[in-house]
Design a protein around this ligand. Structure first.
Ligand code: 5RP
Length: 248
């Protein structure tokens, strides 16, 4: 899996800090990526020591890792919905996250009051991640300082129905973005998501209004889901080489 950001030690501190928030009886959303993987491994250790939890994986990769850790699993469509147990908390990584600690916000053109916004989807898992993270009572983001920014400016991953590829590319251009079809790293051809779709990484430059862009992308036929997560995060656990900072 493609990873981004800072050191593994920092990612591990973030993941383990969020995993410490899991309590007995919880249904836990299990995010995707190298930082969330640290949380899953720590939850696995705690299950081994007697913690009673059920995990809801957000991807094939997180399902495999959680199964290796012998974390009992529940399917997404059995966890969310009428008569379902719901998700107590979700722990997931990010490719970029707006925080006040990310330098001189004013100089970067950001408002003094930072928006609650992330870019996700570096692992092409953002459609299921958004379902799980949005459904959770608490959504804990796990990140390292390399992910922090005053203004989102990473390309936004957009999962697209293969048949809608051209029409979505045009819609992204009309919204001011430049779409790039994500290519598979180790074989010829495009990345195909766990849902059988394609991914465009869409460069918009600095995203002054993530809420407006999120609304535009969500309203575009052919887009299954996009990687802007606005107003979803409850806490951001930022790991460093020596410590963890929790931003609320
Ligand atoms: C997957 C994601 C990941 O959480 C995101 O790419 C961060 O990954 P990592 O922790 O490996 O840097 O959104 O779709």
């Amino acid at each position: 899996m493609k990873t981004s950001g800072g050191s593994d030690a920092a990612k591990r501190r973030a993941g383990e800090s969020a995993a410490a928030e899991v309590t007995d009886g919880d249904v836990v959303g299990l995010g995707t990526g190298s930082t969330a993987a640290h949380a899953i491994r720590r939850i696995g250790e705690r299950v081994d020591a007697g913690l009673d939890v059920r995990g809801v994986p957000t991807s094939f990769a997180s399902r495999e890792l959680a199964a290796d850790q012998e974390i009992p699993l529940v399917d997404l469509d059995r966890a969310i919905g009428p008569d379902a147990p719901g998700i107590d908390l979700a722990i997931d990584g990010a490719d970029q996250v707006v925080t006040a600690a990310a330098g001189d916000a004013e100089r970067a053109g950001a408002s003094a009051d930072p928006v609650n916004a992330l870019v996700k989807g570096g692992g092409a898992a953002h459609a299921r991640e958004k379902l799980v993270d949005a459904a959770a009572d608490r959504f804990l983001v796990v990140a390292d300082p390399a992910k922090e920014t005053p203004v989102l400016d990473r390309a936004v991953p957009v999962e697209v129905l293969p048949a809608g590829r051209s029409v979505v590319a045009e819609a992204v251009r009309s919204a001011g973005g430049e779409p790039m079809l994500r290519a598979a790293e180790r074989k010829d051809g495009p990345v195909v998501t766990d849902n059988g779709n394609l991914v465009f990484d869409c460069a918009f430059g600095a995203i002054a209004d993530p809420t407006a862009l999120s609304t535009t992308l969500s309203a575009t036929p052919g887009i299954v889901e996009h990687g802007l997560f606005v107003d979803l995060a409850d806490e951001i656990h930022v790991g460093t080489e020596t410590d963890v900072r929790v931003v609320t």
